[in-house]
Design a protein around this ligand. Structure first.
Ligand code: SAM
Length: 348
C-alpha cells in the first residue's frame, strides 16, 4: 500500500530535521536518502567552488554540499524525484542549486566547469533487492568513476555499499566507513585531494576517526581467552579492518579477542565500542540453563556463531526454564560459551 505524504514525513523524522516540510515521492526515496548527520559530515570534507551531485535523489547530499560550495548542480534521472529535491532545497533554504533532469552520463560535464563531484548511486534494484557490487549500482559506480576521470574531475566522492571490503574497491582512493548511532551506515570513496589515507572509520555524532595509510590490514594477534570485559567493536572498524589501529590508540590495557571483540581486565571506553559486556562465566553447553538460573536470568540474547533458526528456537526453550529478572547475553565465540551482562554506560 502506498503511504501518504504525512506518513512518509513521519517515517523521515529520524533522518531529517525538516522532515515536516519535505517532499518524498515514495517510501524507498526516504530510505535511500542520506541521513542529515551523514550528509553534513561528508559535505564538510568536500569543500569546493562549483560541485555536481550526479544522482541527487530527493536532495539531501546536494543540500548539504550547497552550504560548502558557491554553486552546485543537482542531476537526477527521475523527474518526480527531482521535483521533490527542488522543494526540499527550498525547505532547507538552499538557493545556489541548479537542477538538471537527465541521465548523469548525458550531461556535458566539462561544460559545467565543476571542480568537485559527488554521487550516491542507488544500491537497490527496481524490484527493491539490495546490491553491493560496484557495477550493480544504478548508475554503475565503476562507470561513474571512469566518467569522472575522463571528464578531468580529480576531486570527488562516491558512496558505495557498506558491505564491500576495502580490497573489493580497486581504486586509488580513501575507503571511509561511517557509523551513525552505533550502526554502520555507509561507505564513501574519496578521490584526489579529498583522499587522506587508504582506509578509515568514523563514528557519528562524535566524529571520532581511525585511519590507516596501508591497504593491507595488520595481523590481529588475538588472545586465547576473554578477560573480565568484552567490547563489541563498531562495524565500521571491522569492515575497514582497523582493529590494530584502534588498539594502538586505546593503549596497553586492552587486547584483541576476535575480529569483532576487544577484551580487558579493566573498563575501557571508546566511541568505537558498540556494546560493552562483563564476562560472568564460561559454561559448557549442558550447564547453560543451570548457570543462567543461578545468575538470575529471565531473558537471554544468544550471540555469535549460532544457527539463526536454532537460535530463535533455543532462546524460547531456554527462557521457558528461567524465572529471574536479568537479561543476560550468551556468546558463542570460538566454539566456547560465555554468559555476559551488558553495560553501555561506564559505571562511576
Ligand atoms: C541513492 S539515491 C540518491 C539519494 C541522495 N543522495 C539523497 O540523499 O537524497 C540514487 C538516485 O540516483 C538516481 N539515478 C539512477 N540512475 C541515474 C542516472 N543514470 N543518472 C542520474 N540519476 C540516476 C535514482 O533515480 C535515485 O534517485
Amino acid at each position: 500500500m502506498k503511504e501518504t505524504l504525512s506518513e512518509l514525513r513521519i517515517l523521515a523524522e529520524k533522518k531529517f530535521s525538516k522532515s515536516g516540510e519535505m517532499f518524498f515521492p515514495s517510501r524507498s526515496s526516504v530510505e535511500q536518502a542520506t541521513p542529515e548527520a551523514i550528509s553534513h559530515y561528508r559535505a564538510q570534507r568536500l569543500n569546493g567552488y562549483v560541485a555536481v551531485d550526479l544522482c541527487c535523489g530527493i536532495g539531501m547530499d546536494v543540500i548539504a554540499l550547497a552550504k560548502n560550495c558557491k554553486k552546485v548542480f543537482a542531476v537526477e534521472i527521475d523527474k518526480n524525484i527531482l521535483e521533490c529535491a527542488k522543494k526540499n532545497a527550498k525547505a532547507y533554504g538552499a538557493d545556489n542549486i541548479e537542477f538538471i533532469n537527465s541521465n548523469c552520463f548525458g550531461i556535458g560535464l566539462k561544460s559545467l566547469n565543476v571542480d568537485i563531484a559527488f554521487a550516491d548511486p542507488s544500491r537497490r534494484t527496481a524490484q527493491g533487492r539490495r546490491v553491493s557490487a560496484l557495477e550493480e549500482t544504478e548508475p554503475d559506480a565503476k562507470k561513474l568513476i571512469l566518467f569522472l576521470t575522463k571528464s578531468g574531475i580529480k576531486n570527488s566522492c562516491i558512496e558505495v555499499s557498506r558491505e564491500l571490503s576495502p580490497k573489493e574497491i580497486p581504486f586509488d582512493c580513501e575507503r571511509e566507513y561511517v557509523s551513525l548511532g552505533g550502526e554502520l551506515n555507509c561507505a564513501s570513496l574519496y578521490f584526489g585531494r579529498f583522499k587522506k589515507c587508504e582506509r578509515s572509520a568514523v563514528v557519528l555524532p562524535s566524529g571520532e576517526r581511525i585511519e590507516s595509510n596501508s591497504l593491507q590490514p595488520n595481523p590481529l594477534g588475538e588472545c586465547a581467552s576473554p578477560k573480565k570485559f568484552l567490547f563489541e567493536l563498531d562495524e565500521g572498524i571491522v569492515r575497514a579492518e582497523l582493529q590494530s589501529e584502534l588498539l594502538e590508540k586505546l593503549g596497553p590495557d586492552i587486547s584483541i579477542f576476535s575480529k569483532n571483540f576487544f577484551t580487558s581486565d579493566s573498563m575501557v571506553g571508546s566511541a568505537f565500542f558498540k556494546n560493552s559486556f562483563e564476562v560472568l562465566k564460561e559454561v559448557k553447553e549442558k550447564d547453560l540453563v543451570k548457570e543462567l538460573q543461578i545468575l538470575g536470568a529471565g531473558k537471554v540474547v544468544l550471540r555469535g556463531a549460532f544457527d539463526p533458526k536454532l537460535q530463535a528456537l533455543a532462546k524460547k526453550e531456554i527462557e521457558l526454564q528461567l524465572s529471574g529478572g536479568r537479561k543476560l547475553h550468551v556468546f558463542n565465540l570460538k566454539n566456547r560459551l560465555f554468559i555476559c551482562s551488558i553495560f553501555n554506560k561506564m559505571p562511576p
